[in-house]
Structure formats: C-alpha cells, structure tokens
Design a protein around this ligand. Structure first.
Ligand code: HEM
Length: 125
C-alpha cells in the first residue's frame, strides 16, 4: 500500500511539473512575440516616408532636409560641422542632393557613414 502511495505521489508531482513547464513556455513565447512586434512598429515610426514637397518645406539652415538616392536626411546639425564648409550643406537644404553629394563624395566611406546617421526616412515615389 505504501509502495502504491509513493508511485501515485510521484505521478501527481510529475504531472504538476509538466503542466507548469507547458504554461511557462507558452506564456514566454507569447511575450517574445509581443516584443518583436513592438520593435517592428517602433522602427516604422522612426523611418517615415516623405514627399519631395515636404522636404522642400525644410529649406533653411535652421531646418535643413535633403534627399540623397531615395532617402531623406535631416542635416541641420551637420551644417556647422561639415569639413567642406557650411555653404556646401546649406546648398542642399530642401532639395535633392544626390548629384551634389555623389559628385564630391561618391565612393568615400566617411561621408557615407556620416550621412547614414542623419537618415529620417525615405522619399515617396
Ligand atoms: C549631407 C551631405 C554631406 C556629408 C554627410 C558630407 C560629409 C563630409 C565628410 C565626413 C567629410 C570629411 C571627409 C574626410 O576627411 O575623410 C567631408 C569633406 C568635404 N566635403 Fe562633404 N559632405 C556632404 C556634402 C558635401 C557637398 C554637397 C560638398 C560640395 C558641394 C561637399 C564638399 C566637401 C569637401 C570639399 C570636403 C573636403 C574638406 C577638406 O578636407 O578640407 N560635401 N564631407
């Protein structure tokens, strides 16, 4: 009788442990799913799509946006830091700067790296 009792207790405890583990894995996979969808939606907030008309409304040194190869950049803070002078950047404000940028900096890693840090979105077609 004592032998049966311990066998039954063993089965009951195992069953509870299995139930607990199943619940834990289901609930934790659920929360990791939520986390990845939150990450995806916050990326969508950062990278907006802008028309060239919107870019054109940021055409001054106090708010200077430009578009280069289909991406939109807010380069306002770069105006005073550009090693090639402020005027080179001011000339891009509110406009497509693809030709000006690639003519001078095409294939150079440093300007491309710097530019990537100013990206705010993509240009709508
Ligand atoms: C937003 C666009 C631009 C970015 C992010 C940018 C970035 C840079 C960077 C990082 C350098 C230093 C390169 C190095 O020392 O290796 C540089 C230098 C220079 N940039 Fe730009 N640039 C931009 C647009 C332009 C434009 C449109 C022009 C010309 C119209 C221009 C003309 C120059 C010149 C002449 C230098 C050399 C300065 C010197 O070494 O004395 N840049 N630029």
């Amino acid at each position: 009788m004592k032998k049966y009792f311990s066998t039954i207790m063993f089965l009951v405890v195992s069953f509870i442990i299995i139930l607990g583990l199943t619940y834990y894995s289901v609930s934790s996979s659920g929360s990791s799913f939520r986390t990845s969808s939150e990450t995806a939606s916050s990326t969508a907030v950062v990278l907006n799509t802008y028309t060239i008309n919107t870019v054109a409304t940021h055409s001054t040194p106090t708010s200077c946006w430009t578009t280069i190869s289909g991406s939109v950049y807010d380069v306002t803070s770069w105006i005073s830091k550009h090693p090639g002078g402020a005027d080179a950047i001011i000339s891009l404000c509110g406009k497509d700067g693809t030709a000006a940028f690639t003519q001078v900096h095409g294939g150079q890693p440093r300007p491309a790296n710097e530019l990537a840090g100013f990206k705010i979105g993509t240009l709508s077609k």
